[in-house]
Design a protein around this ligand. Structure first.
Ligand code: OKP
Ligand code: MG
Ligand code: ZN
Length: 343
């Protein structure tokens, strides 16, 4: 399987993440991508290609123009006000307040975000664009006949809505890629999100559509991020009714239980008969992940990949979360090796 990777992920080097009332070093850090790339090479998964530049057009098929413009100038606008630190939202349009876009950068930061842990810095825009191009380049490989491809995206994407950043995400790489498959003629596309967290952005983007099936397995949002979306009664709306599925699990969930959800998801995908599959691949389901509470082991990721392969669909993997950097390379490449073995 080919991997697409851009060294420009390195332009995203925030030094802060608001956590527990203090600014910690971010969990979503450059060594994550470098460790995965190292393991891809060590295991000889396949060629590693640089991304092509697709410009903003495919991004704008999913994200609103005003949000994209905000992201593009956010750091410059923040710096222009001589702020001493990284750009962190601290005010939101709460219940009963007005949903209008303020002029001031503090106001716009709140308008275009749903959480405060994702500090914006100088290179964030460049890295987010590179990450989308990585996804789109891998998407093109699959669209042009590769059975599967791995988009080694960083920053991740699945929490980003059409006009909201948060959860370390800016552009929703999985959604942008699914939309690209649609725009190239695929009638139905499925997105399966195996990251520990609910793919709230992906769900929201396609919630009223039946042409992109969205399924996410994740930790109970009653207990964990993103807290305000991802419950099992969210099944889609309007045309999208019946085309979103959330499979929610409690703390301590081992693979033997998690795989039942995977089975449910796989059966739904088979029934849906998509022409392409996007896997939002996070490995923060790992037992030693510092911010998550499932108990998957490194060997389990091989089995996960094998089951995904039996769907027998053109498959794009987009990299999402996973924060135990010591194990992230092994776990990600195990999914991809399991997939190759299962084909
Ligand atoms: C991004 B992805 C840690 C709180 C973390 C944000 C989590 C973002 C996860 N104390 N909150 O889905 O892996
Ligand atoms: Mg998930
Ligand atoms: Zn996650």
């Amino acid at each position: 399987m080919k991997t697409v990777f851009s060294p420009l992920h390195n332009r995203r080097t925030a030094t802060t993440e608001l956590d527990g009332g203090v600014l910690i070093a971010p969990h979503e850090k450059p060594s994550r991508a470098e460790t995965i790339l190292g393991r891809v090479k060590q295991e000889q998964l396949g060629d590693v290609l640089p991304p092509e530049d697709f410009g903003l057009e495919p991004v704008l098929r999913v994200h609103t123009p005003d949000y994209v413009s905000f992201l593009q100038t956010c750091w410059k606008d923040w710096e222009a006000e001589d702020k001493p630190g990284e750009a962190i939202p601290a005010v939101w349009p709460g219940r009963g307040m007005r949903e209008r876009v303020p002029k001031d950068i503090d106001g716009r930061l709140g308008y275009y975000s749903f959480a405060a842990e994702t500090s914006i810095t100088e290179g964030t825009w460049d890295a987010a664009c590179a990450s989308a191009n990585v996804a789109l380049t891998a998407q093109a490989l699959v669209a042009n006949g590769e059975p599967a491809a791995f988009a080694l995206c960083r920053p991740p994407g699945h929490h980003a809505h059409a006009d909201l950043l948060g959860g370390y995400c800016f552009f929703n790489n999985a959604a942008i890629s699914a939309q690209a498959f649609r725009d190239q003629g695929a009638k139905r596309v499925a997105i399966l999100d195996v990251d520990f967290h609910h793919g709230n952005g992906t769900q929201a983007i396609f919630y009223q559509r039946s042409d992109v099936l969205t399924i996410s397995l994740h930790g109970d949002p009653d207990l964990v991020f993103p807290h305000f979306l991802g419950f099992e009664d969210e099944t889609g709306e309007g045309d999208g009714n019946g085309y979103n599925q959330n499979l929610v699990y409690p703390p301590g969930t081992p693979f033997e239980v998690w795989r039942e959800g995977l089975e449910t998801a796989c059966q739904r995908i088979t029934e849906y008969q998509p022409e392409a599959l996007v896997i939002a691949l996070g490995v923060d389901t790992f037992e030693d992940d510092p911010i998550s509470f499932f108990k998957l082991t490194s060997a389990d990721y091989l089995l996960m990949g094998e089951r995904l392969a039996t769907l027998n669909l053109p498959t794009l993997f987009t990299m999402e979360g996973g924060y135990d950097v010591d194990a992230i390379g092994v776990n990600v490449v195990n999914v991809l090796k399991g997939f190759e073995r299962g084909r």
